[in-house]
Design a protein around this ligand. Structure first.
Ligand SMILES: Cc1cc2nc3c(=O)[nH]c(=O)nc-3n(C[C@H](O)[C@H](O)[C@H](O)COP(=O)(O)OP(=O)(O)OC[C@H]3O[C@@H](n4cnc5c(N)ncnc54)[C@H](O)[C@@H]3O)c2cc1C
Length: 418
């Protein structure tokens, strides 16, 4: 019996096309379960057949990490897209992993709520809830509520052998012992298939105001110090550096219409005292929370030369100005959450990329953080140490062995070839 014949009775399964490749590795099949039960049956069958599976949401980040060592089935989560519950009194919601963040935003807004997660892939087709959890990435408002790891309070999972597990629950304080929800957040689909997620919500603010200024490089540290710690209570602070252009700093203030406007004016005046001319806007600048490049979606290759080396670089808050100065010295571009200590850097994919990645990694380490290569053209990725040193690698190896002993889920994609 072929794999297609084995899996077809379990859920919707089709033969894969060229757009289904994961970082250049082609699967044979694409399976689209519509429930946790179908996902469980599918994983049990793949496990028994020894078929390697990569989970795909909207595919906006599938090239991150290493290419899978082998791949038979892409498990498409877009059939798991229900809003299971929106408990308005408790400020929590449960939704399927394939729920698009944009759709979730619309549904929650009907009750005056939001999941405070910025969809950095919005310009590349948008993210699913499961994909956002699996990559634990955070955008500008991480400064306010933390990354998505801090907002997930429960998950429903299907383990590599098809076993269904549930972790956490529907109350914000609920964890005794190990917190499985936190473990799978950021695991890049290597430990389990997330089928349902319960998240903590926040009220939607009445108004947002962005205070933007451009800063001479030698004033950057003072300006960031001011806006990150302003008494006007910033919800996000983003900095942008590009070769040959003065750094830009934009601060988000959210609240009531009158309150946000007044706080923005106060911050603008304070920046003027520091010698920076600032403007108040009621829409974000076009680069706010944008990380991906047009065309970088699923298996489709972006136009030649437009796929840079993309890194996620962290540092302690006081180290961000020095980190941005290093990016400038290396002729890179950076957009980042200066208020959360996370900066996304893009470097040209040329022969100097390896040396520049190492230089950034040294700077990040010195400043209390780390540098991870998220994406790069294959010929450059092959020459790079994408993850850098990982002190807990032995522990991670043991966790992978516990969850997925036969290495069915995304083999080779994660740290240390897990
Ligand atoms: C640079 C960047 C920054 C982002 N910042 C934020 C942010 O601030 N907040 C936020 O919420 N989102 C953010 N996102 C969105 C989110 O982290 C990714 O966009 C998300 O991975 C996209 O979802 P996707 O459906 O495209 O995932 P995909 O690219 O399809 O998958 C991403 C990874 O998750 C795995 N995966 C996907 N679904 C599941 C699942 N159900 N179970 C197990 N593994 C799974 C995949 O195998 C893959 O390794 C950001 C995305 C990017 C690219």
């Amino acid at each position: 019996m072929t794999l297609l014949q084995t899996l077809s009775p379990l859920c919707e399964v089709v033969e894969a096309g060229p757009g289904d490749a994961v970082d250049g590795v082609a699967p044979a099949l694409v399976a689209r379960p519509r429930s946790t039960e179908e996902t469980s049956a599918l994983m049990r069958a793949c496990h028994e057949a020894g078929a390697a599976v990569v989970v795909r949401g909207h595919g906006s980040k599938l090239r991150w990490g290493r290419p899978p060592e082998r791949l038979d089935v892409v498990l498409d989560t877009t059939g798991l897209d229900a809003l299971v519950e929106h408990s308005r009194g408790d400020l929590i919601a449960t939704a399927g992993a394939g729920m698009p963040l944009a759709r979730l935003r619309e549904l929650l807004a009907e009750g005056g709520h939001q999941l405070v997660v910025d969809d950095l892939a919005a310009d590349a087709g948008g993210s699913t809830l499961g994909g956002a959890v699996a990559t634990n990435l955070a955008g500008p408002r991480r400064m306010w509520t933390g990354a998505i790891r801090d907002l997930v309070i429960g998950v429903r999972l299907v383990r590599a052998d098809g076993t269904v597990a549930k972790a956490g629950g529907k109350v914000v304080k609920n964890v005794a012992g190990y917190d499985l929800s936190k473990l799978v957040t950021g695991s890049f689909g290597t430990l389990a298939v997330i089928t349902e997620v319960t998240v903590r919500l926040h009220p939607l603010p009445e108004a947002d105001r962005w205070v933007g200024t451009s800063v001479e490089p030698d004033r950057l540290a003072a300006v960031l110090e001011e806006v990150v710690h302003t008494q006007q209570v910033a919800h996000a602070v983003e900095a942008r550096v590009r070769p040959g252009v003065s750094p830009a700093v934009v601060t988000l203030l959210s609240g009531t219409e009158a309150g946000a406007t007044a706080r923005a004016e106060t911050l603008r005046a304070r920046l003027a005292d520091l010698g920076c001319e600032a403007q108040v806007h009621d829409v974000a600048p076009p680069w706010w929370g944008v990380l991906l490049h047009p065309g970088q979606r699923g298996g489709t290759e972006p136009p030649a030369g437009s796929r840079p080396v993309l890194l996620k670089v962290t540092a302690r808050l006081s180290g961000i100005p020095e980190l941005l100065a290093e990016v400038t010295r290396l002729e890179g571009t950076a957009n980042g959450s200066a208020g959360a200590g996370v900066v996304y850097v893009s470097l040209p994919p040329d022969e100097q990329a390896g040396g520049k990645v190492e230089a950034l990694r040294r700077a990040a380490t010195r400043l209390g953080g780390s540098a991870v290569v998220l994406d790069a053209p294959p010929e450059v990725k092959d020459t790079l140490d994408t993850w850098g040193p990982v002190p807990a690698i032995d522990l991670m190896r043991r966790v992978k062995t516990e969850f997925d002993p036969t290495r069915v889920l995304a083999p080779g994609r994660f740290v240390g070839g897990l």
